[in-house]
Design a protein around this ligand. Sequence first.
Ligand code: IPE
Ligand code: IPE
Ligand code: MG
Ligand code: MG
Ligand code: MG
Length: 307
Amino acid sequence: MVRPARPARRPHTPGGVLEGAYQRGGDPGNHFALDEFLAASRRRIDSSLDAVLPAATRPPAELHRAMRYAVFPGGKRLRPVLTLGAAVAAGADPERAMPVASAVELVHASSLVLDDLPAQDDNAVRRGQPAAHVAFDHSTAVLAGTALLAEAFAQCTRLSDSSAGAAVVARLTRTIGSRGMIGGQIDDLAFASADSSLDDIEFIHLRKTAALCSFSAWSGGVSSGLAGEQLGRLDAFGRAYGLAFQVVDDMLDEDLDKCSILHVLSRKQARGRVHELLDEAADEIEPFGPGGWVLAGLARRLGRLLP
Ligand code: IPE
Ligand code: IPE
Ligand code: MG
Ligand code: MG
Ligand code: MG
């Protein structure tokens, strides 16, 4: 039997750059509040990433320029928003989670630089701009992607609670490594549609995409002092959300030369799978009560992106 989670603590009043945006979400159907939260979070995340990364003029300047190129102007900043949304669910000041929020975006940026390389997906364009290996050269892109990962670990050690920092570093290692994202990426490259089942494809998605989303939500909870069942719920939320996210990405990409759920499901079935996963995600968040509004809102919004 699932025990109900403790009700979320009263929201902390932040003095920081989130400007209290996260407190205005009481009504889960309030799109404006979520937009406001997302915009404030993105501004705050960008300023944190800007502070974390070495200046573009600092030698080796080409490397530092490439690292910044991979991070700015950036995309949706979804993974750090999951982290901050988890801190809100915990009733904590999201500012405490900012080191891990920055870390997850650095990992994400790194993964995209490497994913676009000719040796992987061979994408010349990322976010409407030349991919990093096109704007720079291949060796600079590989090294910039790797250096971004190293910076991500440095951020985790900045958590105010050092034992939480150690747990976060251990989990990030598993999330990214050969049992996680990188393992998923290599299986994605070796993917052969003819002999793959839905389980095979979801096992790839789970590692290449959902593992980092799950880490993002979980680490937001850890930095906010959560433990036990509530952490497990954030973890499970991120996993279901991340799986759904990759299915939606595959449906938008419509590229059947690569690993995609559309090899084994019709578009209608894939839509059904996304709704199933998002229902699971919503169930995990429900016990957080009104505090879960950011994460619940993100899940609903992903459902609306379905093509
Ligand atoms: C793209 O992720 C890679 C996938 C896991 C599908 P996003 O769609 O979150 O990328 P950006 O950061 O917003 O560009
Ligand atoms: C990317 O998946 C997953 C990681 C980078 C870990 P995709 O290859 O589907 O992402 P896009 O479509 O290039 O953004
Ligand atoms: Mg890929
Ligand atoms: Mg790709
Ligand atoms: Mg894709």
